[in-house]
Design a protein around this ligand. Structure first.
Ligand code: UDP
Length: 238
């Protein structure tokens, strides 16, 4: 059920299979961790053993980013399409809504996490947002106590990568939560603070160009993809 791409495991389960598995995990009171894998993280993990271990010991490594599925195809694997972190969060919210489960949202700026929580509660009226905490609170023990008091089945952590993954790894034992997902900038999107590219860019498939103009420092991230794919191909041909 997993494929190894340059040292990092990635699940071959599709979105529906993942959700079915996770529903069962929660019903059986298991603790599971979801981590989004993209080329950037695979490249980082090549140099950082701690990060590689942390990714590989997670329960579900989802192929976030088209680069991962291209890499799978190039190396004879069977991952097709992508399961994005934000898409997975949406599916978990729908699952929580169906079962009237509790979620907890930890991370991002105070007004962002609160606005995101309101939007989510409106869109998914049957789930319970059992609590929110912004990502700039310092006292870890206080964070753990607050989350445990709220008794959520699902915890979303939005601290950016790999900070959120390390928070989950270091504290999951003390947290009485079933599903842990690091969701990066997803609260910013749910709060409406991060806008999509204008239609012209969307229609012509040049959203990357729009993002590059808005934030020129992204060039480093964008160059990483062709470099990563070249590496995958060179490993295959060795
Ligand atoms: N963030 C936070 N605490 C921190 C650092 C970051 O809550 O100490 C939040 C930040 O406000 C943002 C989120 O982490 O809402 C994701 O940041 P970014 O988009 O940089 O992460 P990425 O998804 O690119 O890893």
């Amino acid at each position: 059920m997993k494929e190894n791409i340059m040292g990092v495991d990635v699940t071959t389960l599709n979105e529906q299979q993942l959700i079915n598995n996770i529903e069962e995990d929660i019903k059986q009171s298991r603790k599971v961790r979801i981590v989004a894998i993209n080329p950037e993280k695979i490249m980082m993990a090549e140099k950082d053993t701690n990060l590689r271990e942390l990714l590989n010991e997670s329960t579900y490594q989802i192929p976030d980013g088209i680069g991962v599925s291209i890499a799978s195809k190039l190396s004879g694997g069977k991952i097709r399409g992508r399961v994005t972190g934000i898409g997975m969060m949406g599916n978990l919210l729908a699952l929580a809504n169906k079962n009237e489960w509790k979620i907890f949202m930890y991370g991002a700026k105070p007004e962002i996490v609160q606005q995101a929580a309101r939007t989510i509660q409106e869109r998914f009226p049957k789930l319970i947002v059992s609590g929110t905490l912004d990502g700039y609170v310092q006292d870890t023990q206080e964070i753990i106590t607050t989350i445990n008091k709220a008794e959520p089945q699902i915890l979303f952590v939005a601290l950016g990568s790999p900070k959120q993954e390390f928070f989950i790894k270091n504290n999951m034992e003390q947290l009485n939560v079933n599903v842990f997902q690091g969701v990066g900038g997803s609260f910013d999107v749910y709060s409406g603070h991060v806008k999509l590219a204008p239609e012209l860019f969307q229609k012509t498939g040049t959203e990357w160009l729009y993002r590059l103009i808005k934030q020129p420092s992204r060039i480093k991230r964008q160059i990483a993809l062709p470099m990563f794919l070249a590496k995958v191909v060179s490993k295959r041909n060795r």
